[in-house]
Design a protein around this ligand. Structure first.
Ligand SMILES: Cc1cc2nc3c(=O)[nH]c(=O)nc-3n(C[C@H](O)[C@H](O)[C@H](O)COP(=O)(O)O)c2cc1C
Length: 208
């Protein structure tokens, strides 16, 4: 590719993808929801196989998508995007910001402007991710705040990384352009995966 940064010119929204399996409620941040047909009304989502939410959607065939708005706080991205439901209960202490829909799945009301409840109709194995094709069965608008885009998140919600301290022996630092995680070391391994958002080394930029 002449310039891999051309990929950054693609636009995305940001969403909390939620599912329920047995008594377990969980959700994660995704940016990969996209309407693909109108009649029937269908969307696709791509979810990393290492996410617990992935396994829950695969097992139950159902999910809800909370469409995030420009009022979504960074803490929401930390809660749903920087930790796994395998380790924590992401809805613990979050009752005032979530409601259970008719499909039994919790959806997020904090920093969300709309929601869609969906039923999986087919899946495609993409290696690292599964692509889910789903029917939109229900949905509603919550308010008129504009949906957040990835670009808006980068510019206005994600905290700016601090400049590196000017110490002659300081290690080099790279920042994940997706979530802001800072890696320190002599070099950034090619196969490095961001521990917060699971994006690859190609999404890191050197910090001055
Ligand atoms: C801004 C942002 C965008 C993300 N986009 C995606 C995505 O499109 N697909 C995905 O599988 N994970 C995405 N993630 C990573 C998951 O939200 C993250 O790995 C989460 O901790 C998984 O939680 P779980 O194991 O409870 O499902 C994103 C994270 C952030 C912060």
């Amino acid at each position: 590719m002449k310039n891999s940064k051309a990929m950054y010119a693609l636009t995305y929204g940001l969403f909390v993808l939620t599912a329920r399996q047995g008594d377990k409620d969980n959700g994660c941040i995704i940016n990969t929801a996209c309407q693909v047909t109108e009649s029937p009304n269908r969307i696709t989502i791509a979810v990393n196989k290492s996410n617990l939410t992935h396994d829950m959607v695969l097992a139950t065939g159902q999910f809800t998508l909370s469409i995030l708005s420009q009022e979504a706080p960074f803490s929401l991205f930390q809660r749903f995007g920087f930790q796994s439901g395998r380790d924590v209960d992401k809805f613990d202490g979050y009752q005032e910001h979530a409601v259970r829909g008719d499909n039994g799945i919790l959806r997020v009301t904090q920093g969300a402007c709309a929601w869609l409840s969906c039923k999986v109709v087919s899946t495609l194995d993409l290696g690292t991710h599964t692509l889910f094709l789903a029917d939109v069965e229900d949905g509603d608008l919550l308010n008129s705040v504009p949906s957040v885009t990835y670009t808006y998140y980068q510019a206005n919600i994600k905290p700016k990384p601090q400049a590196a301290p000017a110490a002659p022996t300081a290690k080099k630092r790279w920042v994940c352009v997706v979530c802001g995680y800072v890696y320190e070391g002599d070099f950034l391994p090619e196969d490095f995966i961001c521990p917060w958002c699971k994006h690859p080394a190609s999404d890191f930029e050197p910090l001055a």
